[in-house]
Design a protein around this ligand. Structure first.
Ligand SMILES: CC(C)(COP(=O)(O)OP(=O)(O)OC[C@H]1O[C@@H](n2cnc3c(N)ncnc32)[C@H](O)[C@@H]1OP(=O)(O)O)[C@@H](O)C(=O)NCCC(=O)NCCS
Length: 147
């Protein structure tokens, strides 16, 4: 029968996991290979934190932890609450939570026009890459920080 690529399920591909373990052990050695294999089987975990004044939400940080990396997908502080340290506190709390889940690195994406690079630099983020989104021509910046 000729080979055909088609949609399948996670369950169906799981029969290849045993072979993955052998590849990881070959690449990283017995101990680290088993750790990496175990990490790759972990479920993704959502992180959602809010900054509150009583019941009023002033800002939030949300994202996802997966395989040692916590991506900060969305960070927002209400306009009238900006400049008072809430954004910084949210990112720091996000980092603490991510570390507890096992993160060794945080990542975040931003764009040139938002002019937030100084904010992230202040918090210890470094530029991983920059590129131009070819659809809208906006500069895209990916940042990372080791926890
Ligand atoms: C970016 C954002 C989250 C920052 O939150 P914030 O509460 O205003 O920031 P903070 O007050 O905690 O700022 C912490 C420090 O970073 C500095 N900072 C804040 N925004 C900055 C910026 N755009 N460029 C350079 N420095 C900045 C502050 O001056 C402060 O420094 P200081 O401690 O020396 O005074 C907020 O402006 C926001 O929600 N913007 C709209 C949404 C957005 O752009 N989200 C991020 C998407 S990538």
């Amino acid at each position: 029968m000729p080979m055909r690529i088609r949609k399948t399920t996670k369950k169906a591909v799981s029969r290849m996991w045993r072979e993955w373990l052998a590849v990881d052990i070959k690449a990283y050695g017995e101990k680290r290979g088993r750790e990496i294999y175990k990490e790759s089987r972990e479920r993704k975990k959502k992180i959602t934190l809010g900054a509150f004044d009583g019941k009023k939400l002033l800002g939030y940080a949300s994202g996802e932890y997966s395989r040692g990396i916590a991506h900060l997908a969305s960070l927002f502080v209400a306009e009238n609450a900006r400049g008072g340290g809430i954004g910084e506190k949210l990112v720091k709390a996000y980092e603490t939570r991510a570390k507890r889940l096992g993160a060794h690195t945080l990542t975040v994406n931003t764009t040139g026009p938002l002019k937030n690079l100084g904010f992230y630099r202040k918090l210890g983020f470094k530029t991983e890459s920059r590129y131009c989104n070819k659809r809208n021509k906006i500069e895209f910046i990916r940042l990372y920080k080791y926890t």
